[in-house]
Design a protein. Structure first.
Length: 270
C-alpha cells in the first residue's frame, strides 16, 4: 500500500481496490447530493455528446425551443480551453458583459485614431528628420544594419535551421521523450491493458513551444528573402518537413487559436 508498492502493509489487491472504489463511489454520491440540494451549484450549461457528426451539426445549427434564449447551442470547445468559472454566468449577464466589451472596444479604437494620425504625419523619413533632428543618425544607421549586419548572420541562421529546425522536426516525429517515459512506465507501473494504452499515448504538439518555433522560421524567411536568398531553400525544407509532421493533430477548439497566429504573421510581414 506504500509508494509504488515498495513498502507498506501487504494486502490483497482485489479487496484493497474494491474498498477504494466503494469509498470513491460514496464520495461521488455525497457530492451529487450536495449539488442537487444547492441550486447555486447547478450551472446553466451542459455538454452533450452525439453518436453521429450529423446529429451534432443539426443540433448546433438549429433552434431548440420556441424562445430562442431558452436553449442556446454551439460547438463545444476542447476541454482544456474551457474556462469553467464562466459557465455559471447567466445568459443575460453574459450578453451585458459582451455589450460592455464591445462599447469599450469601440471607444478604444476611436480614440486610438488620434495618436495614429500624429504618427501618420511622421510616416516618411523626411518628416521624421524635420520634426526630430536628433534621430537623423539612427535613421542613417538602419539601412546599413539591414544591408550589412543581417547578411553577416546568414551562416549562423542556416546552421541554426539545420540543427534546430530539421533535427527538431525529426525529433518531434520520433517522440523520444514519450518513448522513454513509455518504457519506464511499462517496466514499473503498467499492470493492465488500459495502463499500457495510456502509457503508449505519445501526446500532441505543444502549442506553447511548437507554434512560436514555426513563426520564428517564417520571420527568418521574410527577413532573408531579400538580403540573403540562399537561406530560403533551408526554410522551404523545414516547412516541408513540418507539414508532414504537424499535419494531423488533435481537435483544438475549431482553430480558435488561429486569429492570434494570423496577427503575428501580419506583424512579421510589417
Amino acid at each position: 500500500t506504500g509508494f509504488l508498492g515498495l513498502w507498506g502493509n501487504r494486502v490483497d489487491a482485489i479487496d484493497f481496490y474494491t474498498s477504494f472504489v466503494e469509498r470513491l463511489s460514496r464520495d461521488i454520491c455525497g457530492e451529487r447530493e450536495k449539488v442537487s440540494s444547492n441550486t447555486k451549484s447547478i450551472m446553466p450549461a451542459a455538454f452533450v455528446s452525439f453518436k453521429t457528426r450529423w446529429g451534432a451539426a443539426v443540433c448546433a445549427q438549429t433552434q431548440q425551443s420556441r424562445n430562442p434564449t431558452t436553449w442556446l447551442t454551439e460547438w463545444a470547445p476542447e476541454p482544456r480551453d474551457v474556462y469553467w468559472e464562466n459557465l455559471a454566468i447567466p445568459f443575460v449577464f453574459l450578453t451585458i458583459r459582451r455589450l460592455i466589451a464591445a462599447i469599450a472596444f469601440f471607444f478604444l479604437t476611436f480614440f486610438f485614431m488620434i495618436p495614429i494620425a500624429i504618427v501618420q504625419s511622421l510616416a516618411n523619413i523626411e518628416s521624421i528628420e524635420k520634426a526630430l533632428p536628433f534621430l537623423k543618425p539612427i535613421i542613417e544607421v538602419i539601412p546599413k544594419t539591414i544591408g550589412v549586419s543581417i547578411p553577416m548572420k546568414a551562416t549562423f541562421f542556416i546552421t541554426y535551421i539545420m540543427v534546430d529546425g530539421w533535427a527538431g522536426v525529426a525529433g518531434e516525429i520520433l517522440r523520444l521523450k514519450p518513448l522513454i517515459i513509455y518504457h519506464l512506465k511499462n517496466s514499473f507501473l503498467v499492470k493492465t491493458e488500459k495502463d499500457r494504452e495510456e502509457a503508449m499515448d505519445p501526446g500532441t504538439i505543444g502549442f506553447n513551444t511548437g507554434e512560436p518555433q514555426i513563426q520564428l522560421y517564417f520571420l527568418l524567411g521574410l527577413v532573408y528573402a531579400v538580403v540573403t536568398p540562399i537561406l530560403l531553400p533551408f526554410i522551404i525544407v523545414f516547412f516541408a518537413l513540418a507539414y508532414v509532421v504537424y499535419r494531423h493533430q488533435e481537435y483544438e477548439s475549431a482553430a480558435a487559436f488561429w486569429p492570434d497566429v494570423h496577427v503575428r504573421v501580419v506583424a512579421a510581414l510589417i
